[in-house]
Design a protein around this ligand. Structure first.
Ligand SMILES: Nc1ncnc2c1ncn2[C@@H]1O[C@H](COP(=O)(O)OP(=O)(O)OP(=O)(O)O)[C@@H](O)[C@H]1O
Length: 254
């Protein structure tokens, strides 16, 4: 029997911001249906560019990015907007609307689905409101629904960011350094939450992360990038010092 095809499959992805200077150099990568796939690699190696090519915040120069078979790299207009609704994103700096309540920020995850007049009049369908409350419960913030986002701590903000992304009912969740602004304990708590909740709803996660130990601890699979190419692609326990030297360069820091 044939193995099921991975939900996200990237082939030959190139990205040049400056002609002749590719940041991503013909990247091939599959993201499996379950768990967290962590991307590690030095600063400037193209990790954020990769995530932003997937949701088309950045235009790929060439290559294919297939989500359940559909080539995202080729979509335009309405088709692209519909595809983006299926991809949740969690950001390093949370990207909440600071002056809105926690509840409204979570409901923002439904923006692509709900009629604009409802958003404008703040009249979301009851089913969405019920789901937003359930998600706030799940991320441990049930009593914070009416607080303004700018009154929350970093860890609480990122919990709201996770709830907002899950509100989309995404097919794929992209997380770009979601814990780099958090203290070590809060970072672990946020990743535990991300792993648990995405595991419960069966959403695969592609996670950019600088902290190799956290990548090892939470990912099912680690991809090591260097200069826009894949240096390591395998399970966390197969990642050796030699791989880390090849990914990050140098000898004396390990
Ligand atoms: N909008 C842009 N215009 C021009 N160059 C860019 C742009 N965005 C990123 N770059 C360049 O592309 C390269 C890769 O950047 P990217 O942010 O993807 O790396 P990264 O691996 O995510 O780095 P970090 O870990 O520091 O976030 C860098 O050299 C960066 O300067």
């Amino acid at each position: 029997m044939l193995a099921p095809s991975p939900p996200l499959s990237i082939r030959g992805l190139f990205k040049e911001y400056v002609p002749g200077k590719p940041v991503l150099r013909g990247l091939d990568l599959d993201v499996e249906a379950e768990g967290i796939t962590a991307i590690i690699g030095p600063s400037g190696t193209g990790k954020s560019t990769l995530l932003r090519c997937i949701n088309r915040l950045v235009e790929p120069t060439s290559g294919e990015i297939r989500l359940h078979g559909e080539n995202l790299a080729a979509l335009r207009g309405r088709a692209l907007r519909l595809a983006r609704r299926r991809i949740g994103m969690v950001f390093q700096e949370y990207n909440l609307v600071e002056r809105l309540s926690v509840m409204e920020n979570v409901l923002c995850g439904r923006l692509g689905h709900v009629a604009l007049w409802r958003v404008f009049l703040r009249r979301y369908p009851q089913a969405d409101i019920d789901r937003a409350f359930a998600l706030l419960d799940a991320v441990g913030l049930p009593e914070h629904a009416t607080r303004r986002a700018d009154a929350l701590s970093g860890g609480q903000r990122q919990r709201v960011g996770i709830a907002r992304a899950l509100m989309q009912r995404p097919d794929l969740l992209l997380a770009d350094e979601p814990t780099s602004s958090l203290d070590p304990r809060t970072a672990v708590e946020v990743l535990e939450l991300l792993a648990r909740l995405t595991g419960e709803v069966g959403v695969p996660v592609l996670l950019n992360i600088h902290n190799v130990e956290l990548a090892r601890r939470f990912a099912r699979r680690v991809i090591g990038l260097s200069e826009g190419a894949v240096i390591y692609d395998g399970p966390p326990d197969g990642l050796r010092d030699a791989h880390l030297r090849a990914i990050y360069g140098g000898e004396d820091w390990l």
